[in-house]
Design a protein around this ligand. Structure first.
Ligand SMILES: Nc1nc2c(ncn2[C@@H]2O[C@H](COP(=O)(O)OP(=O)(O)OP(=O)(O)O)[C@@H](O)[C@H]2O)c(=O)[nH]1
Ligand SMILES: [Mg+2]
Length: 295
């Protein structure tokens, strides 16, 4: 059985950093993971691990921009259209990998996730080739700074999720950057407790947060002054409540347990180990952990 983890999300959400960290983690757990780069614009030196499969071997954004005079975004769409027409290339590249995780690092253009059919057709194609696919959607923790920004993240996750017919996990990345806002009622002197409170409020979002008319500081929020937005917010609250699909797993790359938790959700979602026994890292001795980054 082959497995593919599709790492998606808006620009700069930490997809490439996470993909590399996941491969390191798989290696330290005595499992194999291969990086697949689907970003035709990725800089060659931006990977900690050399991609096993690289869309740039098929087509590079720079060539499309130079030769066809596309801009960067139209060029990216062209590259994906080209990939869709050349799926036999991907099939050939995928040929030799068995029993492994393929970590597919996607580009950050939001159009790819909201209204282009590329990722849904890619998933269908991978399924046809016998791969189990799990999609991750990363939203960075800075979206939790502000509830409006946060709900725009929730809506982008929902829109991407509804398009893609495959098991799906939302991830709140860069949790190491979460700081305590003194005006926030959930913020306490104990940073850890406050982090937990923030996490519980946002990771499993209560859409009513949007409809609350007073902020923590007691100041009236914009919707009080702007009744038009109040009605819009109520409609969005209703939409999110009607699709209770969106919750987030926190990811803090500075905490080794955090990536382990994310991996265990991915394993569970794809039923990894149904056919083979996964090695629990806990069962291994300390000395069994090679530092793969040095090899
Ligand atoms: N503090 C912190 N920074 C991070 C983390 N993950 C990524 N970053 C930083 O965020 C920036 C973007 O990270 P990338 O991994 O390149 O993000 P991406 O989603 O691949 O970006 P695109 O491919 O351009 O869409 C880089 O400067 C990273 O160093 C994290 O967990 N914590
Ligand atoms: Mg990237």
């Amino acid at each position: 059985m082959r497995y593919a983890v599709l790492v998606t999300g808006p620009a700069g959400a930490g997809k490439s950093t996470f993909s590399n960290a996941l491969i390191t983690h798989l290696h330290t757990s005595k499992r194999t993971g291969h990086l697949v780069n689907l970003d035709p614009a990725a800089a060659p030196d931006s990977f900690e691990y050399e991609p096993t499969i690289d869309i740039k071997d098929l087509i590079s954004l720079q060539d499309v921009m130079d030769e066809l005079e596309y801009g960067p975004n139209g060029g990216l769409v062209y590259c994906f259209e080209y990939l869709m027409q050349n799926m036999d290339w991907l099939e050939e590249e995928l040929g030799g990998y068995e029993d492994d995780y393929l970590i597919i690092d996607c580009p950050g253009q939001i159009e790819l996730y909201t209204h282009h059919p590329f990722l849904p057709s890619l998933v269908k194609h991978l399924n046809r080739l016998g791969l189990r696919v799990c999609a991750l959607y990363l939203v960075e923790s800075q979206f939790m700074e502000d509830k409006y920004k946060f709900f725009s993240g929730v809506l982008s996750a929902m829109s991407a999720m509804i398009n893609l017919e495959t098991p799906w996990i939302n991830i709140m990345s860069k949790m190491d950057l979460v700081t305590v806002n003194p005006d926030d009622p959930a913020g306490g002197r104990n940073g850890i407790r406050a982090k937990k409170d923030i996490a519980s409020r946002y990771l499993d979002p209560d859409p009513l947060l949007l409809a609350i008319t007073h902020g923590g500081s007691g100041k009236p929020q914009a919707e009080v002054r702007n009744p038009r937005f109040h009605a819009l917010n109520q409609a969005i609250v209703q939409l999110i409540e009607d699709h209770p699909l969106v919750s987030f797993l926190p990811l803090d790359l500075t905490q080794p347990d955090s990536i382990e938790t994310v991996l265990s959700h991915i394993d569970y979602t794809m039923q990894y180990g149904e056919d083979e026994e996964p090695k629990e890292p806990k069962d291994l001795d300390e000395g069994d952990f090679p530092d793969v980054r040095e090899t």
